[in-house]
Write a protein that binds this ligand. Structure first.
Ligand SMILES: Cc1cc2nc3c(=O)[nH]c(=O)nc-3n(C[C@H](O)[C@H](O)[C@H](O)COP(=O)(O)OP(=O)(O)OC[C@H]3O[C@@H](n4cnc5c(N)ncnc54)[C@H](O)[C@@H]3O)c2cc1C
Length: 491
């Protein structure tokens, strides 16, 4: 009889250490073959808008491709390989499992509705072949029903969720234990397979502006951040400062383990009591990630609708010429509000946007332009390297005040005071909006308030070299309060 083989289907866990699916496969008899599918169901929408004869450059696809190249090299050191194919996962996984005579397919779960549907389809195809599909948890620390209220319901407010999460971790420290993959050498099957080229999938190599893929890229960022973790709380809100970890894309594709990050945060808290606040705040951000994932699991309706159904009664700007003008100004970073424009240009140029600016630009789209959050959510989904349905939807509904534990609708960010507070010297604005870089620190936040002589001396001609503001914030604020009155009346 031939030795059994387990396929480990890599998805959002593109690494070889502290890896739940590989660790589980190691407990099963026989050899292990890692596989990856460039899933046409995901790739096809990314190509939309590109002429058929041209290649699409997508930073995420390039990131995955580079990460798989590194993974292949690491596996080769263990005398193993990765089988990477291009097609529909719903067809390719059952095909590979059948051809390789697998006994099991092990994968890390993902609670996005489309992923759940895809996995259920594959599970039933495998079942007809007599192959077992095994789901393990890897993306988050606690999922689904693992952290519930005392009454057994799902949390919809963050702080009590966080407290319950921390309590659960005290009771179950194994939740962040490293998943042992040390036995991989000697257990790997080595089916020869070449990585499909980007061009063969109609993609081009995308420019990555300093982003390094794979586990090595993730570890380099982590090492850099460990020295700054203690200052995170003070530094994280200032986009021109290297405050956050920039690890989100690595968390997205699992080139780093979230358990490893939580272990680091906890060790830091214990070993640096004077700077513990920084690490505690950072740990809270990782808990926000779990929080939004469990919101998506318990309330999948958030994908297309407001978390709080009464907020679906809010009348947003209708799609018309005016809408198109405002929305494209926002997308292109040409609203005339420098901090908004700097944030949008950072996204367009790099695929990353600082968290403070995500809040500012999301608030601007929904509360200043009156545009439904779903348009901004979709734009972010297309452009963010770290796009994650649960965090993105949560962030957008938070900013639009339609979500769980969202900011109240009457709390409307003023883009000028946000700019003055979080980019006081305009350093970030100068980097991304060079056409107003010569303005002084006072006027760079609101060029339309600068005296004509100051504008002239700085080479700024409003309406020509840089836009006039596309809306008046004070008027927009009033319009938003009126728009949300429909919710207030009912409350
Ligand atoms: C409108 C909007 C959209 C967003 N879309 C996404 C998204 O698609 N993907 C995404 O990962 N994050 C999203 N966020 C959350 C946050 O902005 C990013 O996680 C963060 O900016 C990533 O940078 P970092 O890795 O340097 O974060 P750090 O500050 O170093 O935080 C560490 C990690 O914690 C997690 N995290 C931090 N803040 C949040 C949060 N508010 N919600 C959930 N997880 C969080 C991320 O995984 C992040 O990598 C969004 C926020 C807003 C307001």
């Amino acid at each position: 009889m031939s030795t059994p083989i387990t396929l480990v289907w890599l998805r959002r866990d593109l690494r070889l250490h502290d890896h739940a699916a590989l660790a589980h496969a190691l407990t099963l008899p026989g050899s292990i073959q890692p596989v990856f599918v460039f899933d046409e169901a995901i790739l096809a929408p990314l190509r939309s808008g590109t002429p058929e004869s041209a290649l699409t450059a997508d930073r995420r696809v390039s990131f995955i491709h580079q990460s798989l190249e590194s993974l292949g090299e690491e596996l080769a050191e263990f005398k193993g390989s990765i089988i990477a194919v291009h097609g529909l996962a719903t067809q390719e996984i059952p095909r590979l499992a059948r051809e390789l005579k697998a006994s099991h397919v092990v994968y890390a779960g993902d609670d996005e509705p489309d992923a759940l549907l895809r996995d259920a389809t594959i599970e039933s195809s495998l079942a007809t072949l007599g192959i077992k599909m095994v789901r393990v948890k890897d993306q988050c620390i606690f999922e689904r029903d693992e952290v519930l209220t005392g009454a057994g319901g799902a949390f919809s407010v963050f702080t009590p969720y966080k407290n319950a999460w921390l309590k659960r971790l005290e009771a179950d420290p194994g939740a962040i234990g490293a998943r042992d993959c040390s036995g991989l050498a000697g257990r790997l099957a080595r089916h020869p397979s070449a990585l499909p080229s980007l061009a063969s999938m109609s993609f081009d190599q995308a420019a990555q502006t300093g982003l390094k893929a794979g586990s090595k890229g993730a570890q380099a960022l982590l090492q850099d951040f460990l020295g700054r973790m203690g200052r995170y709380r003070q530094a994280r809100d200032f986009p021109s400062v290297r405050g956050p970890s920039y690890l989100s894309v690595h968390l997205r594709f699992g080139t780093i383990s979230v358990r490893e990050l939580v272990r680091h945060a906890r060790t830091f808290i214990q070993s640096h009591p004077a700077e513990a606040e920084g690490a505690q705040t950072w740990l809270s951000e990782l808990i926000w990630r779990d929080f939004y994932m469990q919101i998506l699991w318990h309330h999948p309706h958030v994908v297309g609708a407001s978390f709080r159904p009464e907020y679906d009664r809010v009348c947003w700007l209708e799609e018309n010429e005016e809408f198109a003008r405002l929305f494209s100004s926002w997308c292109e970073g040409k609203t005339g509000y420098p901090i908004v424009d700097a944030g949008m240009r950072q996204l367009n140029e790099s695929g990353y946007m600082h968290n403070r600016l995500r809040m500012v630009v999301a608030s601007f789209l929904t509360k200043d332009l009156g545009i439904h959050w779903k348009y901004g959510e979709r734009y972010f989904a297309r452009h963010l390297n770290d796009f994650d349905l649960s965090a993105n939807n949560g962030g957008w509904q938070w900013a639009a005040s339609t979500g769980c534990d969202a900011q109240p609708y009457f709390r409307i960010f003023n883009p000028v005071s946000q700019s003055e507070r979080f980019d006081p010297k305009g350093a970030f604005i100068r980097r991304y909006v060079p056409e107003i870089a010569s303005l002084d620190d006072k006027h760079i936040h609101a060029p339309w308030l600068a005296p004509a002589l100051v504008l002239q001396a700085s080479g700024v001609e409003l309406g020509r070299t840089y836009p006039n503001p596309i809306v008046d914030h004070a008027q927009a604020r009033e319009a938003t309060l009126a728009r949300f009155a429909v919710v207030k009346k009912k409350a």
